[in-house]
Design a protein around this ligand. Structure first.
Ligand SMILES: *[C@@H]1O[C@H](CO)[C@@H](O)[C@H](O)[C@H]1NC(C)=O
Ligand SMILES: *[C@@H]1O[C@H](CO)[C@@H](O)[C@H](O)[C@H]1NC(C)=O
Length: 127
């Protein structure tokens, strides 16, 4: 899974980076979302933007905390690792693909899928 993601990223970056280096940066963008996979809208940055930025914010709502991930183009960017805000910066087209590791798998359908797969694997080997 991780290897495939890296391979895809390499192919994708190669295809995206080489033909048009001179054009404006492209980043993923979204308004705050709980899941990284809901934060994948491609965006053409404006000319002064030099960074793709990812912001992960932990919102304390009563006893539980909720992650919010957002991405954007930025003319400048500083990396902040200070609870409850975590930012990361990068400078290549669509380099802000992955969010915070913990925000990546928050889709319950995906969790169910993993669960179903391991249950059927168990049944398969058990019979
Ligand atoms: C970004 O720019 C490219 C080339 O100019 C264009 O084809 C594409 O539709 C644009 N994408 C967005 C999201 O505006
Ligand atoms: C960008 O730079 C300006 C001026 O130096 C500063 O006020 C602003 O906070 C910076 N933004 C980020 C995201 O670092």
């Amino acid at each position: 899974m991780e290897k495939m993601r890296v391979a895809l990223l390499v192919v994708f970056s190669a295809a995206v980076l080489w033909p048009d280096r001179a054009l404006a940066l492209k980043c993923y963008s979204c308004t705050p979302q709980p899941c990284n996979n809901q934060c994948m809208d491609p965006m053409n940055c404006s000319e002064e933007d030099r960074y793709c930025m990812t912001v992960v914010e932990l919102l304390e709502i009563g006893p539980s905390s909720v992650k919010q991930i957002s991405k954007m183009c930025m003319p400048n960017c500083s990396e902040i690792i200070q609870h409850p805000v975590f930012t990361s910066c990068c400078q290549r087209d669509f380099c802000n693909l992955n969010g915070d590791a913990a925000a990546r798998f928050c889709n319950s359908r995906m969790l169910l899928g993993i669960l179903a797969t391991s249950v059927s694997a168990l049944l398969w080997t058990g019979l």
